[in-house]
Every structure is written in structure tokens, then in C-alpha cells.
Design a binder for this molecule. Structure first.
Ligand code: FES
Length: 159
């Protein structure tokens, strides 16, 4: 894990900020990102408050709909969070960078799990590996929802 984190941090050092907050990743493949080692692709930056990252639905309109997805980059941790809405009141959040070779993973709403389009890794909703080539799970983060914003607890990324 330490090797992977080091690599991701290096790869993310050149992140360019952009308005890709509404990346449409609910389909099985990611069309605008997904090449090998694309962890440095543009993802909007989010600023944590302590260990909490809050995404308002007003700012992340993809999250207004079930199966909607948003990415956020925490620069201080060089961490890319993927948040997916799984029901009217529930969300899941994981490290959105595949543990194999650093492509972004895509949320699959039909099965509430994650797929990596680069080499076919599959991860369960809690980030555990369903099928390789990787054997390393995605970090998973608890979420809460107050009706207008999703809050992601990224404590496990700082441990
Ligand atoms: Fe995800 Fe290879 S980078 S399966």
C-alpha cells in the first residue's frame, strides 16, 4: 500500500483544476479518463474540514440523482474521492483510483460496485476486490447525508 500511495502522490502532483465536477461515470466505462496511470487527470479540488469532505448537491448536481457520481481531489492527501449515490438517502465513497495501475474506477449503478475500464478490476461497494488483476482493495469512506449535502469521512486516508 505504501508503494502505491507514493506512486499516486507522485502522479497527482501535476493535477490541473477544472470544472469536471459532473464527470459522468455511472456507465461501466469512463470515457474521458481511464488510460493507464491517469491519476493526474483533471478532477475538481475539494477542501476538507479536518477529516470531513462535504459535497453539496447544489455544487455537485450529478449527485442529485440515484447512480450519480462525483469526483473530488483532496490536494493535502493527494487523494481522489469518488462519491456515488446509491439511493434517495444513501451514498458510498471510495478512493477513486484503481489499485492496479492508477486508472480512475467507474461506479456501476446497476450493481452498486466499481469497475476499472483499464484492465477489468472489479470492486464491491465497500472497496473490496471482487476480481483482479489487483488484490488490493480501494479505501472506503463512511458517508452521511443531510438532505442537501454529502459528508465523507476520510479519516482512514490519514491513518
Ligand atoms: Fe485498474 Fe489495471 S488500472 S485494472
Amino acid at each position: 500500500m505504501a508503494t502505491r500511495r507514493r506512486f499516486v502522490r507522485t502522479a497527482c502532483s501535476a493535477v490541473i483544476l477544472s470544472d469536471l465536477v459532473t464527470i459522468g461515470c455511472s456507465a461501466p466505462s469512463v470515457t474521458n479518463i481511464g488510460d493507464d496511470d491517469d491519476a493526474g487527470s483533471p478532477v475538481p479540488t475539494v477542501t476538507p474540514n479536518g477529516n470531513l469532505v462535504t459535497l453539496t448537491l447544489a455544487d455537485y448536481p450529478n449527485l442529485m440523482q440515484v447512480d450519480g457520481v462525483a469526483f473530488g481531489y483532496v490536494a493535502s492527501l493527494q487523494l481522489t474521492i469518488l462519491v456515488a449515490r446509491t439511493s434517495e438517502t444513501t451514498f458510498i465513497a471510495v478512493d477513486g483510483v484503481c489499485t492496479h495501475r492508477n486508472c480512475y474506477v467507474a461506479f456501476q449503478g446497476a450493481s452498486d460496485d466499481f469497475y476499472c475500464n483499464c484492465h477489468g478490476a472489479r470492486f464491491a461497494a465497500d472497496g473490496t476486490v471482487v476480481s483482479g488483476p489487483t488484490s488490493i482493495p480501494l479505501l472506503s469512506f463512511p458517508t452521511t447525508f443531510d438532505g442537501s449535502a454529502v459528508t465523507v469521512d476520510i479519516s482512514s486516508a490519514t491513518a
